[in-house]
Design a protein around this ligand. Sequence first.
Ligand SMILES: O=P(O)(O)OC[C@H]1O[C@](O)(CO)[C@@H](O)[C@@H]1O
Length: 259
Amino acid sequence: MEFDPGFAIVEDYDAMSFSYGEGVFGPSVERRRLDDIRKSLRDPNADGPEIPYVVAMDVGNERDREDLVSRHLLYGAMIYSAGRIGEEPVRSQGHIHSVSASCGMSTPEVYEIWDGEAFILMHETAHDDPGRCFAVHAKAGQVVIVPPAWAHYTVNADPTRNMAFGAWCIRDFGFDYDEVRAHGGLAWLPVLGEGHEIGWVANEAYDKNELVVREARALPEFGLREGVPIYRQYEENHELFSFVTNPQTAKDVWLHYEA
Ligand SMILES: O=P(O)(O)OC[C@H]1O[C@](O)(CO)[C@@H](O)[C@@H]1O
């Protein structure tokens, strides 16, 4: 991988799975099949990779396991396939994080791209007025944060190769798809041009809203350091991601959040 995740996890793109080195725990990947996500596509009959993406929730160093569990913190690892799904790039379905019982709130997610490049599309709500909409482009080593209760999905921004990333989440996570599905997806849909460039088409089921397209930025307001794997930053300071499991501690940041 272009960027070292900070613990011994190895991708196998042919098998669309991960293997774990000594002292590292992790599950078998959960495979999202094209047939599972058809309802979320612009063209539900489009052709594409049979397994667009896989998810391994709960990975990390054995030595951290007890601490992660006691903090309700969880690290996930994902692989997205290369290729396209009809006119769209490979992307997830789109969801909102449900309210977690452990903190009584929807929670944020902290992404770190390991290989390839991504767009993370996010907006404040999945009501008819989606609020502010951002498409954040991130390359290997860059970090993107999705605030609590924002609707979002992840896009493989380069169809010529796989994309892999890690993400800090809450342990008792849940995905809410209802409002997103009722609108036929998120407020902006990515389209893939012949030259592999990504364009954005407004989803007319929502009120018209501007889309801000930007590059991933540094995140000093969360105390994050650029270029240091977010897993290692957790190991160096176990408190650092408490804004993921107790998002109210960052409530002023969420209020006017600029992705
Ligand atoms: O449930 P969906 O929308 O298919 O998305 C799953 C994806 O969402 C994520 O939470 C990223 O937003 C990852 O865990 C995974 O890649």
